[in-house]
Write a protein that binds this ligand. Structure first.
Ligand code: NAD
Length: 250
């Protein structure tokens, strides 16, 4: 199992207050990593759970859609543990309004967090990884990296963009020891999908289409994120790993 061992690695996870980010932070800590939990909302619980596992954990409160904070976040994170070995770009939001009415604000709120912060955080953290000649960057994509979705055009554009950034960075950095990949979760039970979960007909029609016959849970991402953060995936570059209960195979 040493291939998957993350002992001594320092992982920065964005959007780590709950949902997929919290589960991935805990999964990485279970594999041995120390965690820097970055979030715009309370992530104290994540820090507590990581520390209960015997790992170090620190918290940074930040609105990552504000480009001006990104450099400070990376500087503070680096100061905590002396460097960042793994970056998980997970923080993301969704705005549901039909394309014909989708406002400039909704579009930009989504794109500035889901896309701009993914690129510029990867750039800032990537620079220190390139200097060191090693590092893992994992961004969270979506089924809407492949499909159009309904009433979420900004989100769809941002998640298509996540795959583009992943491939662009992998092309430049794979030969310099930095692996850049993404995870595309299927339908997972979190705040992000709460409105769909509350709509019984929509919930059922989605569940019926999932070959695994159930929605994913945040814990379903623990294995995939540990895999992509560890040396088990050292020859994977620019890959988008679907964790979707078979949704895209249908
Ligand atoms: P969530 O709403 O439970 O969690 C989102 C996290 O992002 C929270 O920690 C929140 O505090 C943080 N966040 C929101 N705005 C922020 C900001 N401006 N700055 C910093 N942090 C901010 O949602 P989730 O489902 O856990 O989503 C996590 C990621 O997974 C997102 O990128 C989302 O698009 C993606 N995703 C989710 C699903 C799903 O079915 N839930 C499917 C595919 C992809």
């Amino acid at each position: 199992m040493s291939l998957f061992d993350l002992t001594g690695k320092k992982a920065l996870v964005t959007g780590a207050s709950g949902g997929l980010g919290q589960a991935m932070a805990i999964g990485l800590a279970e594999a041995g990593a120390d965690i820097i939990a970055v979030s715009s909302s309370e992530a104290q619980e994540t820090v507590r759970l990581v520390r209960e596992l015997g790992r170090n954990a620190e918290l940074i409160a930040a609105d990552l859609s504000n480009e001006e904070v990104l450099e400070g976040v990376v500087a503070q994170a680096t100061e905590f543990f002396g460097g960042i070995d793994v970056l998980v770009n997970n923080a993301g939001i969704i705005r549901r309004t039909p394309a014909a009415e989708h406002s400039w604000k909704d579009w930009h709120d989504v794109v500035s967090l889901n896309l701009d912060s993914v690129f510029f955080l990867s750039q800032l953290v990537g620079k220190q990884m390139l200097e060191r000649g090693s590092g893992k960057i994992i961004s969270i994509a979506s089924m809407l990296t492949y499909q159009g979705g309904i009433n979420v055009p900004g989100y769809t554009a941002s998640k298509h963009g996540v795959a583009g950034i992943t491939k662009a960075l992998a092309n430049e950095w794979a030969g310099r020891g930095v692996q850049v990949n993404a995870i595309a979760p299927g339908y997972m039970t979190t705040n992000n999908t709460a409105p769909i979960l509350a709509d019984e007909a929509r919930y059922k029609s989605i569940t019926d289409r999932i070959p695994a016959a159930r929605w994913g849970t945040p814990d379903d991402l623990k294995g995939p994120v540990v895999f992509l953060a560890s040396s088990a995936s050292d020859y994977m570059n620019g890959h988008v790993l679907n964790v979707d209960g078979g949704w895209l195979a249908r």
